[in-house]
Design a protein around this ligand. Structure first.
Ligand code: ATP
Ligand code: ZN
Length: 286
């Protein structure tokens, strides 16, 4: 039987752009017609279901989709029978409690008996329970940040990334209760054929993620400094070293991690490297 992997993706919203970019970088093409709910990949046995993010965990748990891309916050809130197949590292945000900015916060205990508006009642309830606090949770589906100003609640629990929405609504963040990023979720038991397709996709996703985290570096080094420079750019196995026409110099090629990028560049210059070129990597197969 020819298996097809059904992948649920947010149709439009804060997850969509990065989800579609990742799929494209994995070399999977599909035509996304306006208003279309389904799209067939043209060069991979996959079909995309374009949905509201809130529906994705349920569709995956019920087997309508095999896998999906969703915020961990939505996965936790919906609490469906799905597993995280891979963390994707984008759409990072946090779920936080906020109160009017001129009010003093006296710890979670100060929320006792208060009205808290949120779209995440389950995650909030779990936090309050762990803190031994009992509060009234008002579930609302959007514009949570205006609840205090219209008198609906004394506090809110909502997603935050920069905090600017809270600020413009006269609120301050006082407690982070959940940290989230986009995750690839999967049904618990996939058929062998679908599991193979998922593994193939995961292999591609990891290659894309590794490539994004690393850069290819080329530089010229005096032969006398090669050992010092080798220690700074160990690379995937060890750097390549090529002779130059000038016998006192070599060209060294390696891969460096984005995290300590500038430190490495400075150390290389200090060690005598010249003509340093840094090039993006498209895919990195480990
Ligand atoms: P839908 O119409 O699909 O229901 P939505 O309005 O519920 O969309 P979005 O605002 O598009 O949802 O957010 C989708 C997900 O993106 C959130 O569940 C969260 O994981 C993540 N997210 C939310 N806010 C931010 C943010 N400010 N920065 C980065 N990621 C965010
Ligand atoms: Zn939603």
């Amino acid at each position: 039987m020819n298996d097809i992997l059904r992948i649920a993706v947010q149709k439009s919203g804060r997850l969509s752009e990065d989800s579609f970019a990742l799929i494209k970088e994995c070399g999977i093409d599909f035509q996304n017609g306006i208003g279309q709910l389904k799209a067939q990949a043209t060069n991979f046995p996959a079909e995309f279901l374009l949905l509201r993010d809130d529906d994705i965990p349920g569709y995956v748990a019920d087997g309508v989709a095999d896998i999906g891309i969703v915020g961990e916050n939505v996965m936790a809130e919906k609490d469906k029978n799905v597993i995280i197949a891979h963390r994707l590292g984008f759409s990072k945000c946090r779920l936080s409690i906020a109160i009017p900015k001129n009010e003093e916060y006296r710890g979670a205990g100060g929320l006792e008996g208060k009205n808290i508006a949120t779209s995440y009642p389950k995650i909030l309830q779990k936090f309050l329970h762990e803190q031994g606090v009992s509060a009234n949770i008002h579930e609302i589906s959007g514009s949570v940040e205006i609840a205090p100003s219209i008198g609906l609640a004394e506090a809110i629990c909502d997603l935050v990334s920069s905090g600017s929405t809270l600020f413009t609504n006269g609120l301050k963040e006082v407690e982070t209760i959940f940290r989230s990023e986009a995750v690839l979720i999967s049904q618990i038991s996939l058929s062998e054929g679908k599991a193979n397709l998922l593994n193939k996709l995961l292999f591609r996703i990891k290659s894309v993620q590794n490539a994004r985290k690393n850069k290819y570096i080329l530089l010229n080094a005096p032969k006398s400094k090669v050992e010092d420079i080798k220690r700074l750019i160990p690379g995937m196995r060890s750097p390549s070293i090529m002779e130059l026409a000038d016998k006192d110099w070599v060209s060294m090629h390696s891969v460096i991690n984005e995290n300590d990028f500038w430190n490495v560049i400075e150390a290389l210059r200090g060690a005598g490297a010249e003509g340093i070129l840094v090039i993006p990597i498209e895919k990195m197969i480990l």
